[in-house]
Design a binder for this molecule. Sequence first.
Ligand SMILES: Nc1ncnc2c1ncn2[C@@H]1O[C@H](COP(=O)(O)OP(=O)(O)OP(=O)(O)O)[C@@H](O)[C@H]1O
Length: 251
Amino acid sequence: MRVYLKKKAVSLILKVIGLGKLFELSISNHMRVNPFENLSFEVEEGKFMGIAGPSGIGKSSILKCVYRTYLPTTGEVWYDSSLYGTINLAQATERQITHLRIHEISYVSQFLKVIPRISALDIVAERLLPLGYSLQQARALATKLLERLNIPEKLWQAFPATFSGGEQQRVNLARAFIVRPRLLILDEPTASLDNETKHNVLAILKEMKQEGTTMIGVFHDWEVMGKVADHILDLRTHQSAKGQQQMAGVE
Ligand SMILES: Nc1ncnc2c1ncn2[C@@H]1O[C@H](COP(=O)(O)OP(=O)(O)OP(=O)(O)O)[C@@H](O)[C@H]1O
């Protein structure tokens, strides 16, 4: 008897085509900075794509174009969303982007945008309120996450404005993790963490991957990236990336 294994269909969650970003610096005599152009890549559902390349090549800007903090100058960012089906994030409305950020796309950077006079616990818990959780449920889940990220209990009711860089980063991670997003964008998420917390963050990322979260991320620490990434987009060797930024004055 022959047994045929059914080939699992590959499902793309992100397809970026011809992405480019041009910055024009009005304060510097209209100098133009064009870190990447005509950049294309794809990410399969449930996979982790790391982005590598030297400082200034555009890694963070690519993440920001996907999260739509930056509007790309050229190109398409096709995302297979739960809310709207396949949608080009480069052309989605602000309202669609806001909804996607609440429900399915999270971004975590090295820095926390500190919200004044809200406790660390509530900054994390509040992410769950628009998703239908009660304040009590949200606080219980936030507590578990803050514990896992080694934030001491005495800080839970404190305001993160006074926290150290590493503590703020852990609150930032908790805010992104708590919603268990469909797409998680990570920009240097472990940069100021001690080894024990880094280890815990990696464990949470692996757990989320198993639950189906797709991730794209930039890590300075190649060892950390190697532990979670399924493949790496290396901007130095990527054919369609320019590989280095070009600067030119406006004619
Ligand atoms: N908002 C902005 N306005 C003007 N220029 C910008 C802006 N954001 C990024 N750039 C420029 O684009 C280039 C790429 O920056 P980006 O932060 O994406 O690089 P990176 O590869 O992430 O660098 P690093 O590894 O040092 O964080 C840099 O020259 C940077 O100065």
